[in-house]
Design a protein around this ligand. Structure first.
Ligand SMILES: NC(=O)c1ccc[n+]([C@@H]2O[C@H](COP(=O)([O-])OP(=O)(O)OC[C@H]3O[C@@H](n4cnc5c(N)ncnc54)[C@H](O)[C@@H]3O)[C@@H](O)[C@H]2O)c1
Length: 320
């Protein structure tokens, strides 16, 4: 367990970030930087003003962002434009937030001799992989979204800073993370659509898209566990061995909302995809993650099912 450390969490107000804050708050001194661009401060409000917690509302892509941040023992870098779908309309958003932002985080670390970084990368770096499950050494990387390209670039800079300045980076390529405090993603979308119209559900894609889902509690715990268990800059896929189809997610949501006879309206894009830049199958090889001794508490279906219940509860929905 990580304790007694000064830890900077970028994007700490967000979905994964607020779960990370919850995991580390008791035993560490936390500084959260977040510009609240994706969510307000609802998930970190309870820590505001408490000892061992500091929140700075700032944009990591701004040169001045870290001027008020003290040297740290570790950075957990989660801040990013997390809207994968929006990239085709404006790829520059991914560059500014995810590439320039990561660069400025690393520059802060260089200036202050902060020795370790945990980085939230993504399975989107693999683009349209042809090998499933996809291992960490799959290549060449040909991302099909500017989001994927920006994560690939972030990984590259962390590796370079590791080589130049001895910063240790543990890079995590997440599958799809689900669970409490989520503000986006397929579960969230389905619930919102069904709230507006409980007779039919629009499903982007042909419903057969299959992805591996990991519950957010397994995500944050495994990040910390793997970083602590290992000692050099390296890359780990984080996910589950199994996948869950979009249709199955729709079924979980419909059942948990207690709805009947909901008509599914598929909106297949090219090759049955959900949108431009969507990957139809995402299944990561997770042997390396498990080789550290880490075990997930929920498989892909269980992660989704738990997340559906948690999200409904947070949105004030009980079973009808
Ligand atoms: N959720 C997933 O399934 C998933 C999958 C792969 C990778 N990731 C990565 O994990 C990290 C966390 O994702 P999340 O799902 O919690 O998303 P999120 O949008 O809930 O969290 C990101 C946080 O970063 C903040 N932020 C964005 N741009 C910023 C900027 N320029 N300066 C300061 N703060 C900024 C947002 O306000 C938000 O609070 C991101 O890097 C994301 O790319 C997430």
């Amino acid at each position: 367990m990580i304790s007694g450390k000064r830890i900077l969490i970028t994007g700490g107000a967000g979905f994964i970030g607020s779960n990370m804050v919850e995991e580390l708050y008791e035993n560490n001194e936390l500084t959260v930087v977040d510009n609240l661009s994706n969510v307000d401060d609802r998930y970190i409000k309870k820590y505001q003003g408490k000892k061992g917690f500091r929140f700075i509302n700032t944009d990591i892509a701004d040169e001045e962002a870290f001027s008020k941040v003290e040297p740290q023992d570790m950075v957990i870098h989660l801040a990013a434009n997390s809207d994968v779908r929006g990239g085709s309309n404006d790829p520059v958003v991914d560059f500014v937030n995810n590439v320039q932002g990561t660069m400025l985080v690393l520059e802060f670390m260089r200036r202050t001799d902060t020795p370790e970084i945990l980085f939230a990368s993504s399975s989107t770096v693999y683009g349209e992989a042809t090998v499933f499950p996809t291992p960490e050494d799959y290549g060449p990387y040909l991302p099909i979204s500017s989001y994927g390209a920006s994560k690939m670039s972030g990984e590259g800079f962390i590796s370079a800073y590791s080589h130049y300045y001895g910063i240790r980076g543990t890079i995590f390529r997440f599958a799809n993370i689900v669970g409490k405090n989520s503000t986006h993603g397929v579960i969230f979308d389905f619930i919102n659509k069904l709230k507006k119209n409980s007779d039919s559900l629009e499903i982007l894609g042909d419903g057969t898209q299959r992805k591996s889902y990991l519950h957010v509690s397994d995500c944050v715990k495994s990040m910390l566990y793997i970083h602590e268990k290992t000692s050099r800059t390296d890359i780990y896929n984080l996910g589950n061995r199994e996948t869950t189809s979009v249709m199955k997610i729709a079924d979980y949501v419909v059942n948990e909302m207690g709805l009947k006879n909901v008509k599914y309206n598929m909106k297949p894009g090219k090759d049955g995809r959900g949108w431009r830049g969507d990957v139809k199958i995402a299944q990561l090889k997770v042997d390396k993650m498990f080789s550290t001794g880490w075990k997930n508490s929920l498989n892909s279906d269980e992660s989704v099912h738990t997340a559906v219940k948690e999200t409904l509860e947070q949105m004030g929905y009980g079973r009808k």
